[in-house]
Design a binder for this molecule. Structure first.
Ligand code: HEC
Length: 422
Protein backbone atom coordinates (compact mmCIF):
# COMPACT_ATOMS: atom_id res chain seq x y z
CA UNK A 1 0.00 0.00 0.00
CA UNK A 2 2.67 2.41 1.04
CA UNK A 3 4.83 1.51 -1.90
CA UNK A 4 1.94 2.12 -4.23
CA UNK A 5 1.35 5.52 -2.70
CA UNK A 6 5.00 6.41 -3.18
CA UNK A 7 4.92 5.19 -6.76
CA UNK A 8 1.83 7.28 -7.50
CA UNK A 9 3.41 10.27 -5.87
CA UNK A 10 6.52 9.91 -7.99
CA UNK A 11 4.47 9.55 -11.12
CA UNK A 12 2.56 12.72 -10.33
CA UNK A 13 5.58 14.59 -9.05
CA UNK A 14 5.78 17.96 -10.76
CA UNK A 15 9.58 17.74 -10.85
CA UNK A 16 9.56 14.44 -12.74
CA UNK A 17 12.28 14.64 -15.34
CA UNK A 18 11.84 14.53 -19.07
CA UNK A 19 8.56 16.26 -19.54
CA UNK A 20 7.83 19.61 -21.11
CA UNK A 21 6.57 22.38 -18.84
CA UNK A 22 6.52 26.14 -18.42
CA UNK A 23 7.11 28.38 -15.41
CA UNK A 24 4.51 31.14 -15.55
CA UNK A 25 4.10 34.22 -13.39
CA UNK A 26 6.66 36.81 -14.39
CA UNK A 27 5.29 40.02 -15.92
CA UNK A 28 8.12 40.52 -18.40
CA UNK A 29 10.68 38.63 -20.49
CA UNK A 30 13.11 36.26 -18.78
CA UNK A 31 16.73 37.49 -18.81
CA UNK A 32 18.53 34.96 -16.60
CA UNK A 33 18.04 31.43 -15.20
CA UNK A 34 19.95 29.27 -12.75
CA UNK A 35 19.12 25.79 -11.44
CA UNK A 36 20.14 24.40 -8.04
CA UNK A 37 21.16 20.75 -7.48
CA UNK A 38 17.98 20.22 -5.42
CA UNK A 39 15.74 21.13 -8.37
CA UNK A 40 14.89 24.73 -7.48
CA UNK A 41 15.07 27.20 -10.35
CA UNK A 42 15.83 30.92 -10.08
CA UNK A 43 14.73 33.43 -12.72
CA UNK A 44 15.67 37.05 -13.44
CA UNK A 45 13.15 39.15 -15.33
CA UNK A 46 12.65 42.41 -17.14
CA UNK A 47 9.73 42.90 -14.68
CA UNK A 48 12.31 43.93 -11.98
CA UNK A 49 11.76 40.79 -9.94
CA UNK A 50 13.48 37.53 -9.13
CA UNK A 51 11.54 34.27 -9.00
CA UNK A 52 12.57 31.25 -6.94
CA UNK A 53 10.64 28.18 -8.12
CA UNK A 54 10.13 25.09 -6.01
CA UNK A 55 8.12 22.38 -7.77
CA UNK A 56 7.08 25.04 -10.29
CA UNK A 57 5.61 27.31 -7.62
CA UNK A 58 7.17 30.77 -7.52
CA UNK A 59 8.32 32.78 -4.57
CA UNK A 60 8.91 36.43 -5.54
CA UNK A 61 11.81 38.58 -4.47
CA UNK A 62 11.04 42.24 -5.16
CA UNK A 63 13.48 45.09 -4.62
CA UNK A 64 15.47 45.76 -7.78
CA UNK A 65 14.62 49.13 -9.30
CA UNK A 66 15.06 48.05 -12.92
CA UNK A 67 15.31 44.91 -15.04
CA UNK A 68 17.13 41.97 -13.43
CA UNK A 69 19.67 40.37 -15.78
CA UNK A 70 21.42 37.64 -13.83
CA UNK A 71 20.74 35.20 -10.98
CA UNK A 72 22.84 32.58 -9.20
CA UNK A 73 21.70 30.15 -6.51
CA UNK A 74 24.22 28.74 -4.07
CA UNK A 75 22.81 26.68 -1.20
CA UNK A 76 20.33 28.79 0.73
CA UNK A 77 21.55 32.01 -0.85
CA UNK A 78 20.47 33.59 -4.07
CA UNK A 79 22.25 36.48 -5.79
CA UNK A 80 20.77 38.77 -8.42
CA UNK A 81 21.94 41.81 -10.37
CA UNK A 82 20.66 44.08 -13.09
CA UNK A 83 20.05 47.40 -14.74
CA UNK A 84 19.87 49.25 -11.39
CA UNK A 85 23.64 48.62 -11.04
CA UNK A 86 23.19 46.61 -7.82
CA UNK A 87 24.08 43.10 -6.69
CA UNK A 88 21.61 41.79 -4.11
CA UNK A 89 21.52 38.83 -1.77
CA UNK A 90 18.27 36.97 -1.01
CA UNK A 91 16.35 36.32 1.13
CA UNK A 92 16.34 39.91 2.29
CA UNK A 93 17.48 41.69 -0.83
CA UNK A 94 20.42 43.39 0.86
CA UNK A 95 22.59 45.34 -1.61
CA UNK A 96 26.04 43.76 -1.34
CA UNK A 97 27.56 45.34 -4.44
CA UNK A 98 27.15 48.44 -6.55
CA UNK A 99 28.61 49.32 -9.96
CA UNK A 100 28.51 52.48 -12.08
CA UNK A 101 26.79 50.65 -14.94
CA UNK A 102 24.41 47.78 -15.49
CA UNK A 103 25.44 44.32 -14.30
CA UNK A 104 24.89 41.54 -16.81
CA UNK A 105 26.50 38.42 -15.33
CA UNK A 106 27.25 36.88 -11.92
CA UNK A 107 29.61 34.08 -10.84
CA UNK A 108 29.80 32.60 -7.34
CA UNK A 109 32.75 30.94 -5.58
CA UNK A 110 33.02 29.71 -1.97
CA UNK A 111 34.27 33.13 -0.85
CA UNK A 112 33.20 35.69 -3.47
CA UNK A 113 30.53 36.82 -5.86
CA UNK A 114 31.92 38.26 -9.11
CA UNK A 115 29.95 40.67 -11.28
CA UNK A 116 30.47 41.68 -14.92
CA UNK A 117 29.45 45.28 -15.55
CA UNK A 118 29.11 47.60 -18.50
CA UNK A 119 31.05 50.15 -16.43
CA UNK A 120 34.11 48.24 -17.67
CA UNK A 121 35.01 46.54 -14.39
CA UNK A 122 34.57 43.22 -12.66
CA UNK A 123 33.35 43.48 -9.07
CA UNK A 124 34.62 41.01 -6.45
CA UNK A 125 32.37 41.01 -3.40
CA UNK A 126 33.21 38.97 -0.29
CA UNK A 127 30.22 36.71 0.41
CA UNK A 128 30.47 36.79 4.15
CA UNK A 129 31.48 40.41 4.63
CA UNK A 130 35.11 39.38 5.17
CA UNK A 131 37.92 41.07 3.27
CA UNK A 132 37.75 44.10 1.00
CA UNK A 133 35.59 44.63 -2.05
CA UNK A 134 37.70 44.97 -5.15
CA UNK A 135 37.26 45.95 -8.75
CA UNK A 136 39.31 44.28 -11.50
CA UNK A 137 40.02 46.57 -14.42
CA UNK A 138 38.83 48.87 -15.89
CA UNK A 139 39.40 46.83 -19.01
CA UNK A 140 38.44 49.64 -21.41
CA UNK A 141 35.08 48.22 -22.50
CA UNK A 142 31.91 46.77 -20.99
CA UNK A 143 32.33 43.35 -19.36
CA UNK A 144 29.71 40.77 -20.36
CA UNK A 145 30.73 37.52 -18.73
CA UNK A 146 32.66 36.15 -15.75
CA UNK A 147 33.41 32.64 -14.52
CA UNK A 148 35.58 31.38 -11.65
CA UNK A 149 38.36 28.80 -12.12
CA UNK A 150 40.71 26.82 -9.82
CA UNK A 151 38.24 26.70 -6.95
CA UNK A 152 37.80 30.47 -6.97
CA UNK A 153 41.49 31.42 -7.11
CA UNK A 154 41.23 32.59 -10.70
CA UNK A 155 38.60 34.21 -12.84
CA UNK A 156 37.95 34.49 -16.58
CA UNK A 157 36.24 37.55 -18.01
CA UNK A 158 35.15 38.61 -21.48
CA UNK A 159 33.49 41.67 -22.93
CA UNK A 160 32.64 44.09 -25.65
CA UNK A 161 36.24 44.55 -26.84
CA UNK A 162 36.39 40.80 -27.64
CA UNK A 163 39.17 40.14 -25.13
CA UNK A 164 39.07 37.06 -22.92
CA UNK A 165 41.19 37.65 -19.81
CA UNK A 166 42.42 35.52 -16.90
CA UNK A 167 42.75 37.14 -13.46
CA UNK A 168 44.29 36.23 -10.14
CA UNK A 169 41.58 36.76 -7.52
CA UNK A 170 43.83 37.26 -4.46
CA UNK A 171 46.01 39.97 -6.01
CA UNK A 172 43.53 41.32 -8.56
CA UNK A 173 46.25 41.07 -11.20
CA UNK A 174 45.60 40.30 -14.86
CA UNK A 175 47.49 37.04 -15.53
CA UNK A 176 46.92 36.58 -19.22
CA UNK A 177 45.05 37.69 -22.28
CA UNK A 178 43.73 34.30 -23.32
CA UNK A 179 42.51 35.50 -26.70
CA UNK A 180 41.28 38.51 -28.58
CA UNK A 181 38.27 38.01 -30.82
CA UNK A 182 37.43 40.68 -33.36
CA UNK A 183 33.88 41.10 -32.00
CA UNK A 184 32.40 41.44 -28.54
CA UNK A 185 32.14 38.25 -26.48
CA UNK A 186 28.80 37.83 -24.70
CA UNK A 187 29.05 34.48 -22.95
CA UNK A 188 31.57 32.15 -21.31
CA UNK A 189 31.37 28.61 -19.96
CA UNK A 190 34.20 26.61 -18.34
CA UNK A 191 33.96 22.83 -18.31
CA UNK A 192 34.08 21.09 -14.89
CA UNK A 193 37.60 19.68 -15.46
CA UNK A 194 38.75 23.11 -16.64
CA UNK A 195 40.32 21.71 -19.78
CA UNK A 196 38.27 23.85 -22.16
CA UNK A 197 36.34 27.09 -22.27
CA UNK A 198 33.41 27.87 -24.58
CA UNK A 199 32.68 31.41 -25.74
CA UNK A 200 29.85 32.95 -27.72
CA UNK A 201 30.15 36.25 -29.54
CA UNK A 202 28.25 39.10 -31.14
CA UNK A 203 29.18 37.93 -34.67
CA UNK A 204 27.57 34.52 -34.03
CA UNK A 205 30.84 32.74 -33.28
CA UNK A 206 30.65 29.76 -30.90
CA UNK A 207 34.07 28.31 -30.18
CA UNK A 208 35.61 25.87 -27.75
CA UNK A 209 39.15 26.65 -26.65
CA UNK A 210 41.43 23.94 -25.33
CA UNK A 211 43.11 25.71 -22.41
CA UNK A 212 46.26 23.58 -22.47
CA UNK A 213 47.03 23.84 -26.19
CA UNK A 214 45.09 26.93 -27.32
CA UNK A 215 43.52 24.87 -30.12
CA UNK A 216 39.95 25.81 -31.01
CA UNK A 217 36.90 23.98 -32.31
CA UNK A 218 34.38 26.06 -34.18
CA UNK A 219 30.61 25.52 -34.00
CA UNK A 220 29.60 28.78 -35.61
CA UNK A 221 26.38 28.70 -37.63
CA UNK A 222 24.91 31.58 -39.59
CA UNK A 223 22.95 33.03 -36.65
CA UNK A 224 23.87 35.94 -34.44
CA UNK A 225 24.48 37.15 -31.84
CA UNK A 226 25.12 34.33 -29.36
CA UNK A 227 23.27 35.37 -26.18
CA UNK A 228 23.26 32.35 -23.89
CA UNK A 229 25.50 29.36 -23.12
CA UNK A 230 24.84 26.61 -20.58
CA UNK A 231 26.56 23.38 -19.64
CA UNK A 232 24.83 20.31 -18.22
CA UNK A 233 25.94 19.43 -14.67
CA UNK A 234 28.01 16.47 -15.96
CA UNK A 235 29.63 18.68 -18.62
CA UNK A 236 28.45 16.46 -21.48
CA UNK A 237 25.98 18.77 -23.20
CA UNK A 238 26.59 22.39 -24.11
CA UNK A 239 23.55 24.46 -25.08
CA UNK A 240 23.84 27.63 -27.16
CA UNK A 241 21.05 30.20 -27.56
CA UNK A 242 21.08 32.96 -30.14
CA UNK A 243 19.44 36.19 -31.23
CA UNK A 244 17.30 34.43 -33.81
CA UNK A 245 15.58 32.15 -31.30
CA UNK A 246 17.45 28.89 -31.90
CA UNK A 247 19.01 26.51 -29.41
CA UNK A 248 21.84 24.24 -30.51
CA UNK A 249 23.13 21.41 -28.32
CA UNK A 250 26.72 20.16 -28.66
CA UNK A 251 27.85 16.76 -27.38
CA UNK A 252 31.18 17.56 -25.70
CA UNK A 253 32.46 13.96 -25.81
CA UNK A 254 32.00 13.47 -29.53
CA UNK A 255 32.27 17.22 -30.30
CA UNK A 256 29.33 17.27 -32.62
CA UNK A 257 26.02 19.10 -32.81
CA UNK A 258 23.30 16.74 -31.60
CA UNK A 259 20.30 19.09 -31.77
CA UNK A 260 19.49 22.36 -33.35
CA UNK A 261 15.96 23.67 -33.16
CA UNK A 262 13.87 26.77 -33.28
CA UNK A 263 13.00 27.43 -29.64
CA UNK A 264 11.30 30.82 -30.11
CA UNK A 265 9.05 31.87 -32.95
CA UNK A 266 9.95 35.48 -32.32
CA UNK A 267 12.81 37.11 -30.54
CA UNK A 268 16.01 35.90 -28.99
CA UNK A 269 17.01 33.28 -26.40
CA UNK A 270 18.38 35.36 -23.54
CA UNK A 271 18.70 32.73 -20.84
CA UNK A 272 19.55 29.03 -20.66
CA UNK A 273 20.15 26.54 -17.86
CA UNK A 274 20.08 22.77 -17.54
CA UNK A 275 17.91 21.15 -14.89
CA UNK A 276 19.82 19.62 -11.99
CA UNK A 277 19.44 16.12 -13.44
CA UNK A 278 20.65 17.32 -16.85
CA UNK A 279 17.46 16.04 -18.53
CA UNK A 280 15.79 19.35 -19.33
CA UNK A 281 16.85 22.66 -20.82
CA UNK A 282 15.20 25.73 -19.30
CA UNK A 283 15.07 28.69 -21.66
CA UNK A 284 13.95 32.30 -21.44
CA UNK A 285 13.17 34.84 -24.11
CA UNK A 286 10.52 37.38 -25.02
CA UNK A 287 7.75 35.35 -23.33
CA UNK A 288 6.98 35.94 -19.68
CA UNK A 289 7.32 32.19 -19.09
CA UNK A 290 10.33 29.89 -18.86
CA UNK A 291 10.00 26.97 -21.28
CA UNK A 292 11.58 23.73 -20.17
CA UNK A 293 12.17 21.04 -22.80
CA UNK A 294 13.37 17.49 -22.21
CA UNK A 295 16.56 17.11 -24.24
CA UNK A 296 15.26 13.82 -25.60
CA UNK A 297 12.37 15.56 -27.36
CA UNK A 298 13.62 19.06 -28.09
CA UNK A 299 11.62 20.78 -30.75
CA UNK A 300 8.52 18.61 -30.31
CA UNK A 301 6.87 21.02 -27.89
CA UNK A 302 5.50 24.49 -27.91
CA UNK A 303 8.13 27.12 -28.77
CA UNK A 304 8.48 30.47 -27.03
CA UNK A 305 6.32 33.40 -28.19
CA UNK A 306 3.49 31.46 -29.75
CA UNK A 307 0.96 33.31 -27.62
CA UNK A 308 -0.26 36.71 -28.76
CA UNK A 309 1.61 39.42 -26.89
CA UNK A 310 -0.03 42.78 -26.88
CA UNK A 311 3.10 44.65 -27.85
CA UNK A 312 3.60 42.29 -30.77
CA UNK A 313 0.10 42.71 -32.21
CA UNK A 314 0.04 43.84 -35.80
CA UNK A 315 0.68 47.58 -35.51
CA UNK A 316 -1.16 48.33 -38.77
CA UNK A 317 -4.46 47.37 -37.18
CA UNK A 318 -4.11 49.93 -34.38
CA UNK A 319 -4.86 53.62 -34.17
CA UNK A 320 -1.80 55.78 -33.45
CA UNK A 321 -2.43 56.21 -29.69
CA UNK A 322 -2.85 52.50 -29.12
CA UNK A 323 0.21 51.81 -31.23
CA UNK A 324 2.26 54.26 -29.16
CA UNK A 325 1.16 52.45 -26.00
CA UNK A 326 1.75 48.98 -27.44
CA UNK A 327 5.24 49.82 -28.62
CA UNK A 328 6.47 52.08 -25.87
CA UNK A 329 4.59 51.26 -22.67
CA UNK A 330 2.85 47.86 -22.67
CA UNK A 331 5.96 45.87 -21.91
CA UNK A 332 5.99 47.55 -18.46
CA UNK A 333 2.37 48.61 -17.80
CA UNK A 334 -1.05 46.98 -17.85
CA UNK A 335 -4.31 48.90 -18.26
CA UNK A 336 -6.28 46.49 -16.08
CA UNK A 337 -6.62 46.69 -12.28
CA UNK A 338 -3.89 44.05 -11.88
CA UNK A 339 -0.28 45.17 -12.45
CA UNK A 340 0.49 41.54 -13.47
CA UNK A 341 4.06 41.74 -12.16
CA UNK A 342 5.11 44.10 -14.94
CA UNK A 343 8.03 46.42 -14.18
CA UNK A 344 5.75 49.44 -13.77
CA UNK A 345 2.42 49.98 -11.97
CA UNK A 346 -0.92 49.41 -13.70
CA UNK A 347 -2.16 52.60 -15.36
CA UNK A 348 -5.78 51.62 -14.67
CA UNK A 349 -7.61 54.65 -13.23
CA UNK A 350 -4.58 56.85 -13.95
CA UNK A 351 -6.29 60.18 -14.63
CA UNK A 352 -6.51 62.47 -11.57
CA UNK A 353 -4.54 59.92 -9.51
CA UNK A 354 -1.72 61.40 -7.39
CA UNK A 355 1.63 59.95 -8.54
CA UNK A 356 3.01 56.99 -6.66
CA UNK A 357 -0.19 55.91 -4.94
CA UNK A 358 -1.35 52.62 -6.49
CA UNK A 359 -1.63 50.22 -3.52
CA UNK A 360 0.64 47.20 -3.66
CA UNK A 361 3.18 48.63 -6.10
CA UNK A 362 6.71 49.25 -4.84
CA UNK A 363 7.43 52.84 -6.03
CA UNK A 364 10.71 54.74 -5.80
CA UNK A 365 10.88 57.23 -2.93
CA UNK A 366 11.09 60.01 -5.49
CA UNK A 367 7.84 59.21 -7.22
CA UNK A 368 6.01 58.38 -3.99
CA UNK A 369 6.97 61.80 -2.58
CA UNK A 370 6.41 63.85 -5.70
CA UNK A 371 3.31 66.02 -5.70
CA UNK A 372 2.38 65.32 -9.28
CA UNK A 373 -1.25 64.53 -10.16
CA UNK A 374 -1.62 62.59 -13.42
CA UNK A 375 -3.59 64.62 -15.98
CA UNK A 376 -3.30 65.19 -19.72
CA UNK A 377 -0.86 68.04 -18.98
CA UNK A 378 1.42 66.17 -16.60
CA UNK A 379 1.56 63.02 -18.75
CA UNK A 380 2.36 65.24 -21.72
CA UNK A 381 5.18 66.90 -19.78
CA UNK A 382 6.47 63.50 -18.58
CA UNK A 383 7.16 62.38 -22.14
CA UNK A 384 7.96 65.79 -23.62
CA UNK A 385 10.82 66.27 -21.16
CA UNK A 386 11.41 62.59 -20.38
CA UNK A 387 10.98 61.01 -16.92
CA UNK A 388 14.67 61.60 -16.12
CA UNK A 389 14.07 65.36 -16.35
CA UNK A 390 10.45 65.62 -15.25
CA UNK A 391 10.88 63.47 -12.11
CA UNK A 392 14.64 63.01 -11.68
CA UNK A 393 15.42 59.98 -9.55
CA UNK A 394 12.29 58.03 -10.46
CA UNK A 395 12.92 54.48 -11.63
CA UNK A 396 10.98 55.04 -14.81
CA UNK A 397 13.35 54.62 -17.76
CA UNK A 398 14.58 57.53 -19.88
CA UNK A 399 12.20 57.93 -22.76
CA UNK A 400 10.91 60.88 -24.75
CA UNK A 401 8.14 61.08 -27.29
CA UNK A 402 9.28 63.88 -29.53
CA UNK A 403 6.20 64.49 -31.68
CA UNK A 404 3.40 66.47 -29.99
CA UNK A 405 0.82 64.59 -32.08
CA UNK A 406 2.08 61.20 -30.86
CA UNK A 407 1.82 62.40 -27.25
CA UNK A 408 -1.68 63.77 -27.83
CA UNK A 409 -2.84 60.50 -29.44
CA UNK A 410 -1.28 58.44 -26.64
CA UNK A 411 -2.99 60.57 -23.96
CA UNK A 412 -6.28 60.36 -25.78
CA UNK A 413 -5.96 56.57 -25.94
CA UNK A 414 -4.92 56.33 -22.27
CA UNK A 415 -7.89 58.43 -21.20
CA UNK A 416 -10.23 55.88 -22.77
CA UNK A 417 -8.27 52.72 -21.96
CA UNK A 418 -7.57 53.48 -18.29
CA UNK A 419 -11.10 54.59 -17.37
CA UNK A 420 -12.36 52.95 -14.20
CA UNK A 421 -15.54 50.96 -14.68
CA UNK A 422 -17.71 51.91 -11.74
C1 HEC B 1 10.92 49.72 -19.03
C2 HEC B 1 9.69 49.86 -18.28
C3 HEC B 1 8.78 51.05 -18.51
C4 HEC B 1 8.33 51.55 -19.72
C5 HEC B 1 8.68 51.09 -21.11
C6 HEC B 1 7.38 52.59 -19.38
N1 HEC B 1 7.28 52.73 -18.03
FE1 HEC B 1 6.05 53.98 -17.01
N2 HEC B 1 6.84 53.35 -15.25
C7 HEC B 1 7.78 52.37 -15.12
C8 HEC B 1 8.17 52.25 -13.73
C9 HEC B 1 9.22 51.29 -13.16
C10 HEC B 1 7.38 53.20 -13.02
C11 HEC B 1 7.44 53.50 -11.53
C12 HEC B 1 8.45 54.59 -11.35
C13 HEC B 1 8.84 54.88 -9.92
O1 HEC B 1 8.34 54.25 -8.98
O2 HEC B 1 9.69 55.78 -9.77
C14 HEC B 1 6.55 53.86 -14.01
C15 HEC B 1 5.62 54.86 -13.72
C16 HEC B 1 4.77 55.43 -14.65
C17 HEC B 1 3.74 56.40 -14.35
C18 HEC B 1 3.38 56.89 -12.96
C19 HEC B 1 2.32 55.96 -12.41
C20 HEC B 1 1.89 56.23 -10.99
O3 HEC B 1 1.14 55.40 -10.46
O4 HEC B 1 2.31 57.25 -10.43
C21 HEC B 1 3.12 56.73 -15.52
C22 HEC B 1 1.97 57.71 -15.70
C23 HEC B 1 3.77 55.99 -16.56
N3 HEC B 1 4.77 55.22 -16.00
C24 HEC B 1 3.41 56.04 -17.89
C25 HEC B 1 4.10 55.39 -18.91
C26 HEC B 1 3.77 55.49 -20.31
C27 HEC B 1 2.59 56.29 -20.86
C28 HEC B 1 4.72 54.79 -20.99
C29 HEC B 1 4.87 54.67 -22.49
C30 HEC B 1 5.03 55.88 -23.21
C31 HEC B 1 5.61 54.18 -20.01
N4 HEC B 1 5.22 54.58 -18.77
C32 HEC B 1 6.69 53.35 -20.32
C33 HEC B 1 8.33 51.60 -16.13
C34 HEC B 1 8.12 51.80 -17.46
Amino acid sequence: MRLLAVALLLAASPTAASEFYTLKGHGGPIMGIDAAPDGRVATASFDNSVGLWTDRTPHWYDGHEAAVNAVAIDGEELFSAGDDFTLRRWPGGQVIGRHKGKIVSIAVSASHVATASWDGTIGLWPRFGEGPTRFLGPVGAGVNAVTFARGGEQLYSAGMDGRLLLWDVASGRELQEVLSHGFGINELVLDPSESWLAYGAVDGVTRIRNLATGAERDFTLDRRPILALALSPDGKDLAVGDGEGYIMVIDTDAWRITRDFRAALRGPIWALAFSADGQNIHAGGIDNAVHSWPIASLGEHEPIATGEQRFLKDPETMENGERQFARKCSICHTLTPDSARRAGPSLYGLFDRPAGTLPGYHYSETLAQSEVIWTADTIDALFDEGPDHYIPGSKMPMQRIAKPQDRADLIDYLRRATRQEN
